[in-house]
Unconditional design. Structure first.
Length: 388
């Protein structure tokens, strides 16, 4: 029963943190209200993802020593502070970037590792499914956030108030759920990572194969997430249909994390290249087929479904190869690829939009990169003897 309560709390924390995937809901308002360029809006979003992954590496070390509760409580405080600063920015780019791109990114890094790693220790025999359920919260966070943000913007509260309300509300929920997090018998608290283990991990082909897959998949997914509403509006969709596409992406993202996790439990590593090939095909559909409303939102769901695999299959593979007790130490190293994708994917999408006037070239490049990732990951590397 305690394990189920921990899992539920972890899902709620990730649901709040996953609101970052609703970023494109802010983009038109940021451009109209503050005069930001597409590139500027994606610098903020990309910085959030990059800081998230950088801080997650540090947070994994902290969690190994002190446990998940402290990480999650720190996440709550940083979330309130970051969005509060953005709310008081008055449109000043560097203040909004600091609040959301840096401080809230650090909040996500602390909370993510706490909420994702902890349930694995309660259910070690169901790595894929449990990782998928927890990560589905993060993937589905954009559903609620998109419509709440749209409602507040239409109510003319102003972007500053929208940021403040989101920070305070979500921060309180994260803080309450943080008090529930614990490990079975304190199994991970005080644990020490074997000397030289990180160096050995960095020298393994398996590690770099997982990094390549993670980077290519998240590059494409984040490019679409950061610009999805603008892509839809630019294709002739109304604001309502574009918001629906964001929600369908989030639903696909959440569903994908659960289903790909279940498939990983059944078929193991071979699911990784299949998931990347699926994502690449979905991007091609977005690029090639007519952009009628129903086709666009369905394609958004498919891309979200493929993108969701990135946050389950690599985590489950790390847990299977390195053990659940070392998960919070090794997985953040693989997850750094997501941080690099956070800078490169959305920024390239925004830059090419400013340059070309649309997103077609960016989507085509993303599809090609994901297909390349599938080719790199097509065969499971064998861990070296020194890594055993």
């Amino acid at each position: 029963m305690r394990g189920v309560l921990v899992l539920a709390s972890a899902i709620i924390i990730l649901l709040c943190l996953g609101g970052v995937y609703a970023w494109s809901a802010y983009v038109p308002a940021l451009r109209d209200t503050y005069g930001y360029s597409s590139t500027q809006t994606q610098v903020v979003f990309g910085s959030t993802i990059a800081v998230f992954t950088l801080v997650m590496t540090w947070a994994g070390r902290v969690q190994t020593r002190y446990g998940p509760r402290q990480n999650a409580l720190l996440a709550a405080l940083l979330f309130v502070g970051g969005y509060g600063l953005a709310g008081m920015s008055g449109g000043k780019f560097w203040l909004l970037w600091l609040g959301i791109g840096v401080v809230s990114g650090a909040a996500i890094g602390c909370g993510y590792v706490a909420a994702l790693a902890t349930p694995l220790q309660w259910f070690p025999r169901h790595k894929g499914l449990v990782t998928g359920l927890a990560a589905a919260g993060f993937g589905g966070g954009a559903i609620v956030t998109t419509w709440v943000v749209e409602y507040m913007i239409r109510a003319q509260l102003g972007l500053g108030r929208v940021f403040e309300f989101k920070g305070m509300g979500y921060g309180i929920v994260i803080g309450v759920c943080a008090l529930v997090l614990s490990t079975p018998g304190g199994s991970q608290i005080g644990g020490q990572v074997e000397r030289g283990a990180v160096a050995r991990v960095l020298g393994e082909r398996l590690f770099w194969t997982l990094v390549a897959g993670m980077w290519s998949g998240t590059f494409a997914g984040l490019l679409v997430i950061g610009n999805l509403k603008s892509i839809g509006v630019g294709a002739g969709l109304g604001a309502g249909q574009a918001n629906l596409a964001i929600s369908l992406f989030a639903i696909g993202n959440a569903a994908g994390r659960i289903i790909w996790g279940r498939w990983y439990d059944t078929w193991g590593y071979r699911v990784i290249p299949v998931s990347l090939a699926f994502l690449s095909l979905s991007l091609v559909i977005l690029r090639v087929l007519p952009t009628r409303g129903e086709i666009f939102v369905l394609t958004a769901f498919l891309i979200g479904f493929g993108f969701g695999a990135c946050f389950v299959v690599y985590a489950a593979q790390v847990a299977a190869c390195y053990g659940v007790t070392q998960f919070s130490k090794v997985y953040p190293l693989v997850f750094m690829a997501y941080g690099v994708a956070g800078i490169t994917g959305p920024l390239m999408g925004g830059w090419l939009h400013d340059l070309c006037g649309d997103y077609r070239l960016a989507i085509l490049i993303a599809a090609a990169l994901v297909l390349g990732g599938a080719m790199v990951c097509r065969k499971e590397p064998v861990r070296s003897r020194s890594g055993q």
